[in-house]
Write a protein that binds this ligand. Structure first.
Ligand code: O2Y
Ligand code: MN
Length: 598
């Protein structure tokens, strides 16, 4: 209950439209979490895992038609189509509201409407923002409890007239008869809509109960709506992990990093350095909000409180710290179930168990020819449980950022690490982030897929304007206080397809060079594409990398870069007149430098 008039009026409107049987204000307590999990065990949504292995943890199996974010059903609904830009699906707000009004009408019959007040970021932080999600999904409530700060303390902070982002969500499956049995994963696969109204800071999500479609604090609020808010208010809402790195006997530095999916973002966030006495700690694995402090430096918070990570591929070998984070108090979605009542997924152990129940609840054996877990199977885990969570991960002031990393998955062309000349050049590097198409993706293998700033599916407005916003922040700031910007590539291969760099914990060597550059202690050589480590500046003591491979990793290959330029030009052409002239100039300057005699 609240005295907030705006919230009460909105709730009344939603109740009149959606017609739930009951309304429940979520307090965010442990008791509430356990009660909702019990309720979901009764409806078959959850199975409790064996508490000997994983106390207070559960497995959910979704409808097979509801297993991932649905980009083709994701809309930015702003007044002018041109403001959504070429990378978003657009619909006129009035038209979309009318369509959704029909769908939401009576959609919560037979269900409880849960009111989830949540804070993205530590409650009361000047960088944090409040949202309220109204949902008919107890699965969403339980996951939001892990992923955000939820409940009474948020409501109290919101007061009687505080601003908040409105998020309305329904699985879109009313229970017509009072005693109609529920489905274990109710959804409305034919009518999914994930709609954002950046001008009025609203989210309307219908038909899906899964992840980024339904946990509205995450991608919908913390990236799509927040990116528009950040543009209006002079800050940055980014798809970036945050890590803390401390040299032996030295001062801690904070690094934010943006990578497209399947580039090991969670692994980097929780990396175990191979370099003796270097320490890496985690503040966040997916999203960073950054604001300038009174001292002119850029400060970051992780708006989230948990990790919604991809399970397949996660193991004690690839990410020990993530595995330990999953020891208790987690929700697993679309993983396989072992006979002993634990979860399993591909890559978790070298040998799969002899018998499992797969994510579709079918008996599974290693020779059956199917994967046991869905490739997008997830864990929802409290960040505080991460063994290397930094002690200041919830500092309401945020942490000062020394460096920003961009990266992609490039088998060729991109060196291991490249330092931008300045913020503007760094913005250019972020805008041309790309990976090569793999056989799994549709299209021509090897063709470049651009994902600028890893924000392609998450920017709530025209991406050309987003580039301009980055440039503008750089212009307003003291250049000496801005984070340095780097482009990294852990995925360079030779002609036989072998990775040239070992990756994982060895990436700490690249972080070391970056930190030493920030402290003015490491050497670099100017090249046409940026500043690369000199051969002896990168610490490769004790790592097995062929000197010839190292040469390739730390080299600017002019011919290969020149071959990439037409694809970059074509990528830029998408943004038409809204591509900032400075970025076009950066591209032409790069072209000139590449053609100059070495
Ligand atoms: O498939 C989903 O619904 C989740 S997508 C996701 C989840 C956690 C972190 N990142 C992502 C992403 O797509 O970038
Ligand atoms: Mn992400």
């Amino acid at each position: 209950m609240t005295l907030h008039r705006g919230l009460n009026e909105w709730l009344e409107e939603v109740v009149a439209l959606c017609k739930p049987d009951a309304v429940r204000w979520c307090d965010g307590s442990e008791g509430e979490f356990r009660e909702l999990c019990r309720l979901m065990m009764d409806t078959g949504t959850l199975v409790q895992l064996n508490p000997t292995y994983r106390p207070n943890s559960y497995l959910a199996r979704s409808d097979p038609a509801d297993t991932a974010r649905v980009e083709d059903r994701t809309f930015i609904c702003c007044e002018k189509e041109s403001d959504a830009g070429p990378t978003n699906h657009w619909e006129a707000p009035d038209k979309m509201r009318a369509r959704l009004k029909e769908l939401f009408s009576g959609c919560m019959r037979g269900r409880t409407l849960y009111v989830i007040p949540y804070s993205m970021g530590p409650v009361g932080s000047h960088i944090a923002k409040i949202g309220v999600q109204l949902t008919d999904s107890p699965y969403v409530v339980a996951n939001m409890q892990i992923m955000a700060r939820v409940g009474s303390r948020v409501l109290k902070y919101l007061g009687e007239d505080g601003p908040f982002v409105r998020g309305l969500h329904s699985v879109g499956h009313p229970l017509a008869e009072p005693r109609q049995p529920d489905l274990s994963w109710p959804c409305n696969a034919q009518n999914k809509y994930i709609c954002h109204f950046p001008e009025t800071r609203e989210i309307l999500s219908f038909g899906s109960g899964y992840g980024g479609n339904a946990l509205l604090g995450k991608k919908c609020h913390a990236l799509r709506i927040a990116s528009a808010q950040a543009r209006d208010e002079g800050w940055l809402a980014e798809h970036m992990l945050i890590l803390k790195i401390t040299p032996p006997g030295g001062k801690a530095h904070y690094v934010c990093a943006a990578f497209p999916s399947a580039c090991g973002k969670t692994n980097l966030a929780m990396l175990i350095p191979t370099l003796p006495h270097w320490k890496v700690e985690c503040l966040g694995d997916d999203i960073a909000w950054m604001k300038f402090g009174a001292d002119g430096r850029l400060y970051a918070i992780n708006p989230e409180a948990g990790f919604f990570g991809v399970a397949p591929g996660t193991s004690y070998e690839t990410n020990y710290n993530a595995m330990r984070t999953l020891d208790a108090n987690c929700i697993f979605t679309n993983c396989a179930l072992t006979p002993g009542g634990d979860v399993w997924w591909e890559g978790m152990t070298e040998q799969p168990p002899l018998k499992l129940v797969d994510w579709l609840r079918r008996p599974w054996t290693p020779d059956c020819g199917r994967t046991a877990a869905h490739p997008n199977a997830r864990f929802t885990a409290p960040a505080r449980q991460c063994p290397v969570i930094a002690d200041d991960w919830q500092d309401p002031r945020g942490v000062p950022v020394s460096a920003i990393l961009f990266g992609g998955r490039r088998a060729s062309v991109m060196p291991l690490v490249n330092e931008s000349f300045d913020w503007r050049h760094g913005t250019f590097l972020g805008s041309i982030m790309s990976s090569e198409r793999t056989a799994a993706a549709t299209g021509n293998v090897g063709e470049l897929r651009f994902d600028p700033f890893a924000m392609l599916p998450f920017c709530g407005y025209h991406m050309g304007d987003y580039f301009a916003h980055w440039l503008e922040l750089g212009r307003q700031a003291d250049p000496a206080k801005l984070p340095r910007i780097y482009y990294v590539n852990w995925f360079r291969k030779n002609e036989t397809g072998k990775f040239l760099w070992p990756g994982y914990g060895e990436n700490s060597r690249v972080l070391k060079w970056i930190i030493e550059r920030c402290e003015g202690r490491a050497q670099a050589v100017d090249t046409p594409i940026g500043r690369l480590p000199t051969r002896d500046a990168l610490d490769v003591d004790g790592v097995e990398v062929d000197p010839a491979d190292l040469e390739v990793l730390l080299n600017c290959n002019r011919e290969a870069w020149l071959k990439d330029l037409p694809a970059i030009r074509k990528h830029y052409d998408r943004f038409g007149a809204r591509l900032p002239g400075e970025l076009r100039e950066e591209l032409e300057a790069l072209d000139r430098r590449l053609r100059e005699r070495a």
